[in-house]
Design a protein around this ligand. Structure first.
Ligand code: NAP
Length: 292
């Protein structure tokens, strides 16, 4: 079999950014400038880089950026007060609370304080619940990015067997819900799954989101399957995914690389979500899309 087609996340992300840039221009004509607030708590070096890139992305497409850096010693009531201020700031359409939070701050409790209409990470119980019910809402950026990659790569999901490895709130769960909404037959795997290899081999579409470098090897990939690698693992060998790319691409029909696959899509979908939130919140011709 010939080696797999490589799905280029950078190219698809650039197309999303271009689309969002046009939307922002259109909104400017309607007197609206979308705004994204980023909140970085403490001094996690990886988070600092992520937030900086998200702010740069915002500037590129014309989204106004509001940045806040409470120190690592901020208390829960103080952080809650900042989030409340952003909730009531009409210039702010999206609020991104960068995770992980320093020890002592409860991520679930803090995230839940974000106004669901501004929850561009899709992590509040309201948006997670809406997605679980197949109703319109804001959806987490990484799963949305995976769905956009699959759409652009023209992967048929209707009736396809999709296997998702990983069940986090941020990636695995929302992704499984989106695939189900797209009428895939979804199998959801996690650390207690028995014979992961056998389950994965059955997949038409295999999504790895486990945070375990090289977990998915070629022998776990069915001939011609579409493999999406969400994993982003920093190792001595550099940034690697959850999929052993060389062996998996010898069997897959199409595959995403790391880096250059899902990562750029996450950033691009944050911009798309901010504009969608702005349209819906400010009632300028926008309702949030339904999953599927
Ligand atoms: P997470 O919260 O740690 O969840 C990992 C999930 O994978 C858990 O459900 C866990 O199962 C499962 N898992 C772990 N090891 C496994 C194994 N050996 N076999 C089967 N399942 C296993 O991680 P996350 O936040 O979802 O992130 C997953 C990966 O995606 C990480 O590498 C992360 O850096 C990356 N990521 C990338 C992007 C991007 O933009 N590219 C965005 C977000 C995350 P249990 O539930 O049973 O523990």
């Amino acid at each position: 079999m010939s080696p797999a087609r490589v799905i280029d996340g950078r190219e698809v992300a650039a197309a999303v950014r271009a689309r969002v840039g046009k939307e922002v221009e259109k909104l400017a004509g309607e007197g609206v400038r979308p705004g994204l607030a980023t909140v970085l708590v403490g001094e996690d070096p990886a988070s600092e880089i992520y937030v900086r890139m998200k702010r740069e992305d915002s500037a590129t497409v014309g989204i106004e950026s509001f940045h806040h850096e409470p120190g690592g010693d901020v208390s829960e009531p103080e952080l809650a007060e900042l989030l409340e201020t952003l909730n009531s700031d009409d210039r702010v359409d999206g609020i991104l609370l960068q995770l992980p939070l320093p020890a002592g701050l409860d991520e679930t409790d803090m995230t839940a304080l974000i106004d669901p209409a501004k929850d561009v990470d899709g992590l509040t119980p309201i948006n997670a619940g809406l997605l679980a019910q197949g109703r319109p809402g804001l959806v987490a950026c990484t799963p949305l990015g995976v769905m956009e990659l699959l759409r652009v790569a023209e992967v048929e999901l209707e009736g396809a067997g999709a296997v998702v490895v990983g069940r986090s709130q941020l990636v695995g769960r929302p992704l499984a819900a989106l695939l189900l909404a797209a009428n895939a037959t979804v199998t959801h795997c996690h650390s207690r799954t028995r014979d992961l290899a056998a389950v994965c081999r059955e997949a038409d579409v295999l999504i790895a989101a486990a945070g375990s470098p090289g977990l998915i090897t070629g022998d776990m990939v069915g001939e011609g399957a579409v493999v999406v690698d969400v994993g982003t693992n920093r190792t001595d060998a550099g940034l690697v995914g959850d999929v052993a790319f060389a062996s998996a691409s010898a069997r897959a029909g199409a595959i995403t690389p790391v880096p250059g696959g899902v990562g750029p899509m996450t950033r691009a979908m944050l911009l798309a979500n901010t504009v969608a939130a702005a349209r819906a919140r400010r009632a300028v011709g926008g309702r949030l899309p339904s999953p599927g």
